[in-house]
Design a protein around this ligand. Structure first.
Ligand SMILES: [Zn+2]
Length: 129
């Protein structure tokens, strides 16, 4: 490699020129990507905060939106069954609430796991690029 300032030849990996003292820009090292790789833990934490948020963080607005809508529908159904549906027996309400709770957990876990996996894939892509 050569000094980009004075042109003196130097061993590879030299940071400062031994002749003129200029900082050497090594063309063989690609510049750091401006956009840092999305961190899987951040995506998972955002999903934990609210299902779908982690996907939006990863710019996956379609799946993020779907998860948010699913989550809100499950919550709305839970509230409706718990407070609004007075026309069914208590045992039916209990059964539906258990079902809703299961869906609730499923959506939540799904959001956390899939956003974590997606972030890992994205991070691997950035590293290989
Ligand atoms: Zn130099």
């Amino acid at each position: 490699m050569f000094c980009t300032n004075c042109g003196k030849e130097m061993p590879d990996g030299t940071v400062f020129c031994t002749q003129c003292g200029a900082r050497i820009v090594d063309a063989s090292i690609p510049p750091r990507p401006i956009k840092e790789a999305s961190r899987p833990t951040t995506a998972a934490l955002l999903s934990l905060l609210f299902p779908g948020l982690g996907h939006c963080y990863l710019s996956d607005y379609r799946n993020g939106g779907l998860l948010m809508v699913s989550y809100l529908v499950v919550i709305a159904t839970t509230l409706w069954v718990a407070y609004g549906a007075g026309f069914v027996s208590d045992s039916v309400i209990a059964a539906v609430l258990i079902l809703c709770a299961a869906c609730w957990c499923a959506v939540w876990v799904l959001a956390i796991v899939t956003s974590y996996d997606k972030a890992e894939v994205l991070a691997a892509e950035v590293q290989h690029a």
